[in-house]
Design a protein around this ligand. Structure first.
Ligand code: HEC
Length: 101
């Protein structure tokens, strides 16, 4: 039991950090604001408060502009998945939430 938990943790980490720009099928529910979307779609990799994980992926205080952040959400990155179901206005809300961190 313990071993299984450990292994799935490792593969999840491998998936998060070595993923090949897959897209993520997260779909915001109507009425979710930037904070809700962040908590559900981003916090798993970037930390609940944008503090990052394992000393990496910190977003709070990022130099990225709101335009860069929303483009990143929609297009993904080298390792970060794209979020095709997050609309431009929703991505802008998440960016505004991040900039306010
Ligand atoms: C599966 C893990 C994962 C998820 C989920 C994820 N990211 Fe990322 N993110 C990354 C990785 C890895 C990088 C750095 C490498 C790259 O650009 O792909 C990154 C980079 C970024 C950057 C660029 C950082 C900078 O300072 O330039 C932003 C902005 C960002 N993510 C925002 C988000 C937002 C907003 C969400 C939620 C919609 C999100 N990420 C969800 C893994 C993730």
């Amino acid at each position: 039991m313990k071993k299984t938990t450990y292994l799935s943790g490792v593969s999840l980490l491998a998936l998060s950090l070595t993923g090949c720009s897959d897209s993520n099928d997260f779909k915001p529910i109507t009425g979710m604001d930037g904070m809700d979307i962040y908590a559900n779609a981003c916090a798993s990799c970037h930390g609940e408060n944008g503090q990052g994980k394992f000393g990496l992926l910190k977003l709070a205080g990022s130099e990225a502009s709101p335009e860069e952040i929303s483009a990143k959400i929609i297009n993904g990155g080298h390792l970060m998945p794209a979020f095709p179901n997050i609309s431009q206005p929703q991505a802008e809300q998440v960016a505004a939430y991040l900039k306010a961190m």
